[in-house]
Design a protein around this ligand. Structure first.
Ligand SMILES: [Zn+2]
Length: 319
């Protein structure tokens, strides 16, 4: 069997695939991922995966119901057992496949018990089983109002969360109204080498100067520590798409159709998305000084990590 064929067979979460990964040394219960560090490796991988992607799409579309939402079942890593997941068509692109609407799988498949969607359930799974996060690990997460923060706060002793209130609240202190900590990811108030894990989920795309945010992430991580994050990432993009930029006078120039995402502590239209990232993000992380940077590709029918193939991103600081 060719290495490409082995990779294809071991890219999902089937029993065969799990046995293969155990044999390769992946811890029990870990999220099965295909780690890919650069575009040319992804191109090679993609070429072997087309029939598998088609199989996954057919399976996923068979789950889609006719109503405004539908329920599927599977194992929730967070809740630790069989769970129900609700998917509706919020944030969907409008695409139709096999005569059914295609949901935004990444943002949906929400567990009815823990309230976490597909990509967040998988991120916690990866943190806890693949990265070996311990109860006493030092964790910083760039959110503080969410079910994900609540989960971490409940299960880990040293978790700091924050939201972004701009400079109306001093950085590093709590907003007097909400009690939430204010941090800017481009000017973190933490000392160098403070954390074992820095977690950030769909934040960096809203930061015009995300390079400074990545540099700050590297600074506050301990040697050997990991940045685990998600951003809108287009696997077909060799280079990051600049959607908008800030002019010298502070106004915003839109280079593409503006895209806004929900802001947990703001009001109005939401947060503008400045970037849709491509594979050069990983080169960029290594150039900034991270020892490694990878996209972890995954898909699992068992855990309902649906959507043909999802990814999360990891970057490790040198020891
Ligand atoms: Zn759950």
């Amino acid at each position: 069997m060719t290495p490409a064929r082995i990779r294809q067979l071991s890219s999902d979460d089937s029993l065969l695939s799990r046995l293969y990964h155990r044999w390769q040394g992946l811890p029990a219960g870990a999220l099965v991922t295909v780690p890919i560090a650069q575009y040319k490796d992804y191109e090679r991988f993609y070429a072997t995966m087309v029939p598998e992607y088609q199989r996954r799409e057919r399976y996923e579309q068979s789950l889609v119901g006719d109503g405004d939402s539908f329920t599927t079942t599977g194992d929730c890593h967070i809740c630790g057992n069989h769970a129900s997941f609700v998917t509706n068509f919020e944030y969907a692109s409008g695409e139709v496949l096999h005569d059914k609407r295609v949901p935004n799988w990444r943002e949906r498949v929400t567990c009815t018990r823990c309230g976490l969607c597909n990509r967040l359930r998988a991120s916690v799974h990866f943190l806890e089983r693949n990265l070996g996060c311990r109860r006493d690990s030092l964790i910083y997460i760039t959110e503080q109002t969410t079910p994900l923060y609540q989960h971490l706060h409940k299960h880990y002793r040293h978790v700091i969360g924050s939201e972004y209130f701009g400079d109306r609240v001093p950085y590093g202190s709590n907003d007097p109204v909400t009690g939430l900590r204010n941090e800017s990811v481009t000017k973190l108030t933490f000392a160098d080498n403070s954390f074992d894990y820095l977690l950030s989920f769909d934040v960096f795309e809203h930061v015009p100067d995300y390079t400074t945010a990545l540099r700050e992430s590297l600074r506050v991580l301990k040697p050997g520590a990991t940045l685990l994050f998600t951003v809108p990432f287009h696997k077909g993009y060799r280079e990051t798409l600049l959607r908008a930029r800030v002019r010298d006078d502070g106004s915003i120039e839109h280079l593409h159709e503006p895209e806004y995402h929900g802001d947990p502590v703001g009001a109005g239209a939401g947060c503008l998305c400045f970037h849709t990232f491509g594979w050069d993000l990983l080169d960029h992380l290594r150039n900034l000084g991270f020892a490694s940077a990878e996209a972890q590709l995954f898909w699992s029918a068992r855990h309902a990590y649906l959507g043909t193939e999802q990814l999360l991103l990891t970057a490790r600081k040198a020891r």
